[in-house]
Design a protein around this ligand. Structure first.
Ligand code: OAD
Length: 252
């Protein structure tokens, strides 16, 4: 937001909204110390090839390498704390709920920091790195222990399968229930926020199109321009951990 009046306009937009949907991405967790994917300097995909770590083929070819990398990321996430941006979204949800409304977070993040900050309506579009799944039975287990899941990877499950992170890899379909819940939330929303996401991975582009088709106001909160910035009604070029607490404070 360039000017004070534009900032004021945005506060009014959020104040008036009853049912808010917020799509969040890695940028929201950046201020907690978790690297994003596409940052040129320290993004995961600037150091590693996604096809060697984040595809079913990569897991099949080298399950030890993939499991170790994800377990390291699980431990790193557990060692991080939610930042003021996460807490502000949880506070916004409390405010809207008290007024009979809602804030639904559709997150592409797998770190569970929104839930740890107190957000109640969180839809995990890309699964969770804290949850692991047996490749044979589909059983899942949460792992909040702050030590490696194994000495030796890959991790064998008792019934002959392997444990893999319960995340969505490139080439896999998004969880049906999460998508259906996201769709339901979008049907009811009167304000769409996209926070800390480059918007390049499906279904991020679908959500903004949904908002555009129905004339629902949309706001992008991201210090950088993204390939889909132009589609938004308003753009805020600030870090989410700085802007969101200020926004919520202005609502009180
Ligand atoms: P990206 O790394 O693509 O984008 C992160 C965005 O966050 C960028 O647009 C940054 O400008 C922005 N950003 C950085 N710091 C920020 C801050 N403090 N406040 C607000 N924004 C900030 O991450 P995602 O959009 O989440 O999928 O990526 C989407 C998916 O692509 C991920 O879920 C992952 C990845 O490959 C899989 O692994 C399947």
């Amino acid at each position: 937001m360039e000017s004070q009046s534009a900032h004021q306009q945005l506060i009014e937009l959020v104040r008036q909204a009853k049912r808010i949907v917020a799509l969040t991405g890695a940028g929201v967790s950046a201020e907690s110390g978790i690297p994003t994917f596409r940052d040129a300097m320290d993004g995961h995909w600037s150091k590693y090839k996604p096809e060697q770590l984040a595809t079913p083929q990569a897991f099949e070819a080298d399950p030890a390498r993939v499991s170790r990398w994800y377990d390291e990321r699980r431990l790193a996430a557990l060692g991080c704390e939610p930042n003021p941006g996460h807490y502000a979204l949880a506070e916004l949800e409390r405010i809207k709920r008290a007024q009979g409304g809602s804030v639904t977070i559709l997150t592409q993040n797998v770190d569970q920091l929104h839930q740890r900050a107190g957000s109640q309506e969180v839809i995990e579009l890309h699964g969770s790195i804290i949850r692991w799944r047996c490749t044979r039975t589909g059983e899942t287990q949460d792992h909040v222990e702050r030590e490696p899941l194994a000495q030796d990877y890959p991790i064998k499950s008792p019934n002959g399968g392997l444990w893999r992170p319960d995340v969505v890899w490139f080439g896999e379909t998004l969880p049906t229930r999460a998508l259906a819940s996201a769709d339901l939330a979008c049907q009811k929303m009167d304000l769409y926020l996209a926070i800390g996401t480059s918007g390049v991975v499906y279904p991020a582009t679908g959500f903004i199109q949904f908002a555009l088709d129905r004339d629902i106001p949309s706001v992008e909160i991201n210090p950088q321009e993204t390939p889909i910035s132009e589609a938004f009604f308003a753009r805020v070029r600030e870090a989410s951990g700085v802007y969101l607490p200020a926004l919520v404070k202005a609502l009180l």
